[in-house]
Design a protein around this ligand. Structure first.
Ligand SMILES: N[C@@H](CCC[C@H](N)C(=O)O)C(=O)O
Length: 295
């Protein structure tokens, strides 16, 4: 099957965009994996599909598959690329679109300076909704919030890692490190991602606090491995940092792929405030690829 696609990136988190507004492609998990494959396919961290909206007040449906072929709820960097894509492809003339994902509705807006801001909705702290199984664990209380001790397989001698847990529509486990460059992202990231206490796996964030308005962040993403940036991971890290009393309401997040600006006016009492994320969204090229039918 010959598929037309657009390659995009947001802070180096890269995507294959598929326009399914006129016709569903009905790709299999194996075909999504093929598209994401950097050697045999196009190469991408996520595959993003644009589908027509079925609900009133919604412009499009936004379907996200990780490089491993699994469908997931949220992708922040992808949301910025999404609004640029639907405008460039002439699918809308709006600067702000309301987009339905598996986890709710988000609103990406094109800004006059060329960047994109996304209203990512409010973070979720209910552990059952992350989901995270805390049975038998004693949390470490910080500022009336909690960090949870996570023992990692094969690291019986090491102290458990202390993680803040929340959902941005998708699950995140954020730990504070002294230096992101020397943090064991590739060693412990997979152990956290697949930890049995996260029944749907998790995105593992490693946050270095530089100041109250700046952090460095690396994320080992569920279903994709370490990416150059993770938008929902940046939102989760900033929310965690604010709740732990480390950060102010506006924070620049420095990633290996660029800078994301995050704003959250919430706190311990105003948890329902939405998280706003601003950053780049760039089209790289358009092309077609022959996707094998048997995958
Ligand atoms: N890169 C993304 C997140 C993509 C999904 C994530 N790997 C998950 O499985 O939840 C972002 O920018 O948010």
């Amino acid at each position: 099957m010959l598929i037309r696609f657009t390659k995009m990136q947001g802070a180096g988190n890269d995507f294959v965009m598929l326009d399914e507004t006129r016709e569903r492609l009905n790709l299999t998990p194996g075909q999504y994996r093929f598209l994401a494959d950097r050697h045999f396919g196009v190469g991408a961290d996520q595959i993003l599909s644009v589908r027509p909206a079925l609900d009133p007040g919604i412009d499009f449906e936004y379907v996200i598959h990780n490089a491993d072929g699994g469908e997931v709820e949220q992708c922040g960097n992808g949301a910025r690329c999404f609004v640029r894509f639907v405008r460039e492809q002439g699918l809308t003339d709006k600067d702000t679109v309301r987009v339905k994902t598996l986890s709710g509705v988000i609103e990406p807006s094109l800004q006059p300076d060329g960047r994109v801001t996304v209203d990512m909705g409010a973070p979720i702290f209910d552990l059952a909704r992350v989901p995270f199984d805390a049975a038998g664990l004693t949390p470490q209380a910080v500022n009336s919030w909690s960090k949870w001790p996570l023992a990692l397989a094969g690291q019986a001698q090491a102290a458990p890692v202390l993680i803040a847990i929340l959902s941005m529509g998708n699950p995140h486990a954020v730990q504070r490190v002294d230096d992101v460059e020397t943090a064991p992202v590739l060693e412990t990231g997979p152990l956290i991602e697949g930890h049995a206490r996260f029944p749907r796996r998790v995105n593992a964030g490693f946050m270095q606090v530089v100041s109250r308005s700046q952090i460095r962040l690396r994320v080992y993403e569920r279903g994709a491995g370490e990416t150059l940036a993770c938008g929902s991971g940046a939102c989760a890290a900033v929310v965690a940092g604010i709740r732990l009393g480390l950060l102010d309401a506006r924070v620049d997040v420095l990633t290996h792929g660029g800078t994301l600006s995050i704003e959250w006016q919430g706190g311990l009492d105003a948890a329902a405030a939405p998280v706003l994320m601003t950053g780049p969204a760039t089209t790289v090229f358009e092309a077609s690829i022959n996707v094998p039918d048997h995958l």
